[in-house]
Structure formats: structure tokens, C-alpha cells
Design a protein around this ligand. Structure first.
Ligand SMILES: *Cc1c(COP(=O)(O)O)cnc(C)c1O
Length: 394
């Protein structure tokens, strides 16, 4: 059997390669940070989700070590059998305090949080109304649930209203949106979503993965940005981006919802509990967040600076309220040339094109971090200018 299957896979893989869509891994030989080592060469990293620059933070590394010394390496159990330490409860409480919510449930990843959130709560009588650009894990979570599906164009409130009208026949309704959309860096219009939810009797769920630690004056996410702390029924998020970048996901929100997830959410019931070292570092991370706002302030200052300077240099950047700056190139092949040449200049950025973004909307995505100094940002801007000259001749 395998010979035939092997040929089938070899052909598909060759097709992926020929279409220029093959994902090659770039090997890093250093901790994650503003500066990383690749093939023995120092590069500046502008494509990590390391928004607050915590991925190599000494205090978090120390907290993880202490956590392992005190509570061991692994849990070897799901939560409800024997996988719940005092540390797990503390971290859940810290997350609820951070977001101003009632309770929190941890998962191994936000992919699991989103995969396990809909099916325990909703049935075929209910409606999920989902933004067209929501993350793959939300799409998968919706697929695992029998609720009726409605989709609205990205951040399009007229379309959302139409879908809400159509969903009036359902028993319960929930609007689901990413907090920040990862390709454009736009923030969801949560104020208007919340208004429509009230008007059409719906609940709201926001995935804060790209927005937590980033959006809002103190980085508390989109509910801070729109003054809606404690008002949104469900928030999901990850510890794998701004919050240190290690691993772990969570759902936080209304008490009864979290209670029900503990009873019925499959990735919680059937997948291993978070490792003590990561949990201990997560607790320390949220303590740091409550002590000072320095990192968020620096990130916001860096993002403003980078966008302003890029615009001054004549680059076409999407407006962004997050740490994601989409530098528009439009042409797919050219976006790949830009990314490759930027790498030759020692700058790691990613070029995205169809089908990841709409046809003719190819771009370079730059992700800013509190780990970047002005000198790093300037180097990135200079590299963009040099590469533009090489490619466009001006
Ligand atoms: C990254 C991301 C996830 C997945 O988070 P993990 O913890 O890495 O599984 C889920 N949702 C959104 C919107 C994301 O950006």
C-alpha cells in the first residue's frame, strides 16, 4: 500500500513546491529575541509574536526553574484526574484578574481553547456568527459543534447585522471575532459588535491571542480599548505570543460558562495538563504586568515610530492599532522577492500572498516588539529602502 501512497504524497509535495507554497523551516540557533542567530549569522527578527519581548526574559526563566524545582517537570495527567496543582489555580486567577473576568480555564494551547469552546455550550438550535477572517482554530472549533453557522465579511457591521437578523430564529446566538486580525493588524470594532449584540440579543466571544498584552493603554486587550472590561461573555487567548511566548491557552469569562467547559470541554478533559514550569512562569509574567506598564508603553512607542517612519519613506502601510504592520506590495512574486532580499540584509520578515491574503493584496508583515530598540527599527527601515531600490529601481 505505502508505495502508491508515497507516490501520491511525493506528487502533492512537488505541486506545493512548484506553486511556491512549500514551507521551509528556518533554523534559529539562539533564544528568541530581537536579535537571533541563523546559520551562524546575526539577524533582526521582525516576524515573531514576541510582542512584549518576554521570550528570553531572565525573570521568567528563573520563575520557570523555581516552579520546576518546587512542583516537578510534568503532570502526567489531565486536570480532573490528578493534573491540577495549586499553581494552575493561581494562574487561572491571575488571568481573570488581568482581563477583569469571573473565571478562567487553562488549555495546552489556544488552539485547544477554541477547539473546545463551542461544542460543550451550543447545540443545533443555536447560532454561531463568525467573522470571515477568524483564526483557523475558531473555524475548526465551529466545525466540531452542531450549531448553525453564519459568516460575516471581515469587520463589516452591516453584514453582521444581516446575519444577526437571519439568526433571530435560533435559540442562542454568539458573535465570534478575533481581537486583532493577523494579516492586516486591524482591531475588531468591538464597540459596534457589542451594540449589535445587545440590539439582537446575542453573546460575544473575542479571541485575544494577538491583542492581549498589546492593545489598550495597559495592554489588557480589546475590552480595555473599547471600555468593555467584564462585559464580554467569552475571551480566549494564548500564553504563546505577548505573554512570554512559551505555551498554554485559556478561556476566560462568565463563571457558568467556564464551569460548563470544565465539565464537557474535550481538549480539557482528554489532553494533558500544563507543565508546572510554564505555569509558574505564567504567574510571574502576570505579576510583572500588574507591577509596571513599561513594556506595553515601549511597544506602543516602537509601533508608532515604525509606522510613522515607513510612511515618511513612502511605503504603503495598512493602518494598524496593533503591533502588526502590513507593508503592502500587492504583487505576489514581488512580495517574495522583498522577503528574500530583506533576509539577505539580515532582517527576518514574512511575505504573504494569495490564498493567505486576497489576490493582488500581497504584503510584507512586520511584527514589532518591545524587545526592539530604535536602532533595530531604523535598520529594518533602511533595509526596506535598499530592497525597494533594488526591486523597483527607485
Ligand atoms: C496564535 C493564535 C491561536 C493559537 O494559539 P496557540 O496557543 O499557539 O495554539 C489562536 N487564535 C488566534 C487568533 C491566534 O492568533
Amino acid at each position: 500500500m505505502y508505495t502508491k501512497f508515497q507516490q501520491h504524497l511525493q506528487k502533492e509535495l512537488a505541486d506545493i513546491e512548484a506553486a511556491g507554497l512549500y514551507k521551509h523551516e528556518r533554523i534559529i540557533e539562539s533564544p528568541q529575541g530581537a536579535e537571533i542567530m541563523v546559520k551562524g549569522k546575526k539577524c533582526l527578527n521582525f516576524c515573531a509574536n514576541n510582542y512584549l519581548g518576554l521570550a528570553d526574559n531572565p525573570e521568567l526563566i528563573e520563575a520557570a526553574k523555581k516552579g520546576m524545582d518546587a512542583r516537578g517537570y510534568g503532570m502526567a495527567s489531565v486536570r480532573f484526574i490528578c493534573g491540577c496543582q495549586d499553581l494552575h489555580k493561581q494562574l487561572e486567577k491571575k488571568i481573570a484578574e488581568f482581563f477583569g473576568t469571573e473565571d478562567t480555564i487553562l488549555y495546552a494551547a489556544c488552539f485547544d481553547a477554541n477547539g473546545g469552546v463551542f461544542e460543550p455550550l451550543l447545540t443545533d438550535e443555536d447560532a454561531i456568527i463568525s467573522d470571515a477572517l477568524n483564526h483557523a482554530s475558531i473555524i475548526d472549533g465551529v466545525r466540531l459543534c452542531k450549531a448553525q453557522r453564519y459568516r460575516y465579511a471581515n469587520a463589516d457591521m452591516a453584514d453582521l447585522e444581516e446575519q444577526l437578523k437571519a439568526a433571530q430564529k435560533n435559540r442562542f446566538r454568539i458573535i465570534v471575532t478575533d481581537g486583532v486580525f493577523s494579516m492586516d493588524g486591524n482591531v475588531c470594532p468591538l464597540d459596534k459588535i457589542y451594540e449589535l449584540a445587545n440590539k439582537y440579543d446575542a453573546m460575544v466571544m473575542v479571541d485575544e491571542s494577538h491583542s492581549a498584552g498589546v492593545v489598550g493603554k495597559t495592554g489588557r486587550g480589546v475590552t480595555e480599548r473599547y471600555n468593555l472590561r467584564g462585559k464580554i461573555e467569552i475571551l480566549t487567548g494564548t500564553l504563546g505570543k505577548a505573554f512570554g511566548g512559551a505555551m498554554g491557552g485559556f478561556t476566560t469569562g462568565k463563571k457558568e460558562i467556564i464551569d460548563m467547559l470544565r465539565q464537557r470541554s474535550r481538549p480539557y478533559l482528554f489532553s494533558n495538563s500544563m507543565a508546572p514550569g510554564l505555569v509558574a512562569a505564567g504567574i510571574r509574567m502576570f505579576e510583572m504586568m500588574s507591577e509596571t506598564n513599561t513594556l506595553q508603553d515601549k511597544l506602543h512607542e516602537n509601533t508608532d515610530y515604525f509606522l510613522r517612519r515607513m510612511k515618511e519613506e513612502g511605503f504603503d502601510c495598512k493602518p494598524s492599532e496593533s503591533a502588526i504592520c502590513a507593508v503592502m506590495i500587492y504583487d505576489a512574486a514581488k512580495s517574495q522577492q522583498y522577503a528574500a532580499k530583506m533576509q539577505e540584509e539580515g532582517i527576518f520578515v514574512t511575505g504573504f500572498y494569495y490564498p493567505v491574503v486576497p489576490k493582488g493584496q500581497a504584503r510584507i508583515r512586520v511584527q514589532i516588539s518591545a524587545a526592539h530598540e530604535h536602532e533595530h527599527l531604523d535598520k529594518c527601515i533602511e533595509a526596506f529602502k535598499k530592497v525597494r531600490k533594488e526591486i523597483e529601481g527607485c
